[in-house]
Design a binder for this molecule. Sequence first.
Ligand SMILES: Cc1ncc(COP(=O)(O)O)c(C=O)c1O
Length: 343
Amino acid sequence: MTKTIDLRSDTVTRPGAAMRQAMATAEVGDDVFGDDPTVNRLERTAAELLGKEAAVFVASGTMANLVALMSHTRPGDEIVLGDHSHIFVYEVAGAARIANVMTHTLRNREDGSLNLDEVAGSFRQRGLHTPATSLLCLENTHNRCGGTALPVDEVDALAGVAHQHGARVHLDGARIFNAQVALETPAATIAKSCDTVSFCLSKGLGCPVGSLLCGPADFVMEARRNRKILGGGMRQAGVLAAAGLYALAHNVGRLAEDHANARKLAEGLRSIGPFRTNQPDTNIVMVDLTGGTASTWAPALAEAGVLATTMSETRLRMVANLDVNAGDIDEALKRVARVADRA
Ligand SMILES: Cc1ncc(COP(=O)(O)O)c(C=O)c1O
């Protein structure tokens, strides 16, 4: 049977035998009581890697971001974030519905960055007529902007402006280890000027579940309370945390392979058919269709055994991931070429 090459996302990976073994043998306890040694170890490891005092294990990247918003803000506050940010586009308006904050979006430039002057001009002070802008949210790498890695000096400059205005900074670092590898800079350095940072275990790192939210100890205490409100207090979660510890030990350096595969895929696609692509910084390839539409390309590619995500009628997304090796990328390109020949 021919293997389906699943490039829809880096979330489609399945835990391998060694990760499953780590999960099966994890020492566990009741994490809501703080008794799970494996969760405790994962939280300590995450805090250390991100250069923060503490961390809390949550179910997903969405939960990490929502808990961050709930813990940084008061109802009625305003938050500033990019118009292509995951929090704004894909988190079902949790900011409004649950954190009770108003979103002030600024245009994300093509590389995922925000204009410093626009950010500086966006903060409002609490007043008789105005909400307080209490939080700036950044994203690195930037998903919708094609996995772009925002350089540290830009993160620092944006965070500096927020701090000058008395606001705090949360970094959605769902893929911060991709940024670490691409920028050859430790995640802790990338996140240094941000008050809090979240990252996902269940994307390029290949775990089935889980994200960490890292920050000052008092913030993390508050985050634990907010996680509980969302029903996210887990019990013998060490089974999941063990996968995270395994991934942090074994799957970070290899993200470079995903990045190389994404570059190879982008280059190959450009030479095959009516495709324009980004030059991927990391593992995400955005494929702009200069002929045909996503509604015809996506099913035709799926039929040929290559799965992509439809972003719009003129854009597909393909993401290199742990379950796709360089040979699979060659095979995917062959299959795409066959579909393009017939188109
Ligand atoms: C940048 C970013 N933040 C947050 C998330 C949310 O993660 P989850 O799917 O685990 O809720 C994603 C998911 O793709 C993401 O790309």
